[in-house]
Design a protein. Structure first.
Length: 76
């Protein structure tokens, strides 16, 4: 039985989430620390990082910018 292919948006969400998590690890930051820098609730930030396609794009860009991204890659 062939594997079920994930929809594009699911693959994009997973990839963006991985990028954000890797940036946190690379900086040695916790979600709580990043939340403090962004002045947002740590629980909400965790949901944003884990499910980036469920929030406004400006929110993802705000988080990515604070993590040092100038832009996010296009994922197909």
């Amino acid at each position: 039985m062939p594997a079920i292919k994930k929809p594009v948006w699911v693959r994009q969400e997973e990839e963006i989430s991985k990028l954000l998590k890797k940036a946190l690890i690379d900086k040695g930051w916790s979600v709580a620390h990043l939340a403090e820098l962004l002045k947002v609730d740590a629980g909400n930030l965790s949901r944003i990082i884990n499910h980036p396609m469920r929030v406004r794009f400006e929110t993802i860009l705000m988080v990515a910018n604070k993590l040092g991204f100038d832009s996010l890659p296009i994922i197909r």
